[in-house]
Write a protein that binds this ligand. Structure first.
Ligand SMILES: *[C@@H]1O[C@H](CO)[C@@H](O)[C@H](O)[C@H]1NC(C)=O
Ligand SMILES: *[C@@H]1O[C@H](CO)[C@@H](O)[C@H](O)[C@H]1NC(C)=O
Ligand SMILES: *[C@@H]1O[C@H](CO)[C@@H](O)[C@H](O)[C@H]1NC(C)=O
Ligand SMILES: *[C@@H]1O[C@H](CO)[C@@H](O)[C@H](O)[C@H]1NC(C)=O
Ligand SMILES: *[C@@H]1O[C@H](CO)[C@@H](O)[C@H](O)[C@H]1NC(C)=O
Length: 331
């Protein structure tokens, strides 16, 4: 009977002296709507302690202090912040502070920490230290903390990953080119993806988690890729990619010019050649027409001259001159 009573008392006491740690508040400052952002947000946990068992004066042992420990990913628990308790009379730490409640042995403790990305998914645990024992809270996890500066880009061209810092890819001219553009680990964050075809001056945009662009490349294509996270220009980045066919690449080896200049030059050469060909065709055609006309006239003249004597002032004169003007070396 006595043993049962002691056991009951013990169970009751451990239930009464306790430290509870609540989940952080979902309060976001930035437009990254449902994610904490590195250095921009504060993460606020609240904790509650019950220091002594009420109706049992013999058990009112003083709390020495309250400590919160933090365990980063792949690490062990280390002291994070303290509240030197003393009845919650003074605030001891900027990160953790104590607030009294209506109940003399119940106190609230606020843990207010800047969201550094290295706290991402860390674990937090409270300890209430008595002279002779320690009461622990349950473990609570930090949220995932997003650092916009460390946004990772995935860019695949024809299923091959591409280095976005110096993006130059060679593909087969006849192949379809499939571009896959997306961001890594940004599940809760609003973002947009854009591809700009520099030569065609066309934009492609996606609000979904990836962007796929399928195209065929005859010589060269230049794309600018851009992403914006949390609708903030501050967090947007862009990079440019050159996609060439092997053919174009050989041309580039001959000319040691910058790619854009070489492209412009080859364009100029092609259009000049085309113009020349058109001009020559035009000249040849009009030349042939004139030849045909002269041939007809010659036949006519032969026919008439057999009948009439040709006058020097005859209308034929002009045509004869034309005939004389035609350069013979072209025939
Ligand atoms: C959030 O977005 C809205 C509209 O897009 C903008 O007016 C506001 O300034 C943004 N807030 C922050 C903190 O960037
Ligand atoms: C948390 O800390 C920040 C920065 O020191 C402060 O602006 C904010 O008011 C604090 N919030 C609470 C609930 O303590
Ligand atoms: C990102 O990094 C740059 C320099 O590397 C820094 O100036 C900028 O403040 C950082 N932005 C954020 C949001 O941390
Ligand atoms: C182009 O196609 C040929 C044969 O179809 C193949 O051997 C070659 O690896 C391809 N080149 C590239 C860059 O895909
Ligand atoms: C691309 O980024 C550079 C800085 O890295 C910036 O000056 C430029 O305006 C950006 N271009 C676009 C189209 O956003």
């Amino acid at each position: 009977m006595f043993i049962l009573f002691t056991l009951l008392l013990f169970v009751e006491n451990t239930q009464l002296q306790k430290i509870i740690l609540y989940k952080y508040q979902e309060n976001f400052k930035t437009n990254c709507t449902s994610s904490f952002v590195h250095k921009k947000d504060q993460i606020i946990f609240s904790s509650q302690i019950k220091t002594s068992a009420d109706n049992s004066p013999g058990d009112s042992i003083l709390v020495e202090n309250i400590q919160y420990d933090l365990k980063r990913k792949n690490s062990v628990y280390e002291p994070f912040c303290y509240v030197f308790f003393n009845g919650c009379l003074q605030s001891s730490d900027k990160i953790c502070y104590c607030l009294s409640t209506e109940h003399p042995d119940v106190f609230d403790i606020i843990i207010n920490v800047t969201a550094f990305s290295h706290f991402s998914e860390a674990k937090l645990r409270g300890q209430m230290k008595y002279l002779e024992k320690i009461v622990y809270s349950e473990e609570i996890s930090f949220p995932t903390i997003y650092d916009p500066n460390k946004t990772e880009v995935v860019l695949n061209i024809n299923s091959k990953p591409v280095d976005t810092d110096k993006c130059a890819v060679i593909v087969n001219a006849t192949d379809q080119v499939v571009i896959f553009f997306n961001l890594k680990h940004v599940f809760d964050i609003p973002f947009t993806l854009r591809v700009y075809d520099v030569l065609k001056e066309e934009h492609y945009e996606s609000d979904s988690i990836f962007l796929i662009h399928v195209t065929e490349i005859e010589t060269r294509q230049v794309y600018t890729f851009k992403y914006t996270v949390c609708n903030l220009q501050e967090y947007s980045k862009n990079f440019t990619c050159y996609i060439d066919t092997g053919r174009e690449n050989k041309l580039h080896k001959v000319h040691t010019q910058t790619p854009d200049y070489a492209l412009a030059t080859s364009g100029l050469i092609i259009s000049t050649i085309t113009l020349l060909i058109l001009l020559m065709q035009f000249l040849m055609r009009s030349f042939q027409k004139r030849l045909q006309k002269i041939e007809k006239d010659m036949n006519r003249r032969k026919f008439f001259s057999s009948i009439h004597k040709i006058d020097d002032e005859s209308p034929m004169e002009g045509e004869r001159k034309v005939y004389e003007q035609i350069p013979l070396n072209g025939i």
